[in-house]
Design a protein around this ligand. Structure first.
Ligand SMILES: [Zn+2]
Length: 98
């Protein structure tokens, strides 16, 4: 796992810089070139985003207390947020989604 790199100047993005990306685009703070998230990495991060809200329901089936369920869901959220920047890859053009 590695943090995403600028396609233009090889600037390595900081974790917090890629934590929230709106509309699949990001500007390089070093050279100002636009970065686009690759379709593959976008799909991967999207997949985790789908799994996350399901966790509380799955835990509910096992009859855990809501405090425990809440803590695990919160933990999963934290793990998700800390891992996602490492999953991203940038390219210099917008790839088709499918
Ligand atoms: Zn750059």
């Amino acid at each position: 796992m590695a943090l995403p790199v600028c396609w233009s100047c090889n600037y390595i993005f900081k974790w917090r810089e890629v934590l929230f990306i709106i509309d699949g685009r990001k500007k390089c703070p070093n050279c100002g070139e636009r970065q686009y998230i690759t379709t593959q990495s976008n799909r991967e991060s999207g997949l985790y985003g789908v799994v996350l809200p399901v966790i509380p329901f799955v835990l509910n089936v096992f009859g855990l207390s809501w405090i425990l369920t809440g803590s695990i869901a919160f933990l999963a959220m934290m793990i998700y947020l800390s891992v996602i920047p490492f999953k991203l890859q940038f390219t210099n053009y917008r790839e088709p989604l499918f």
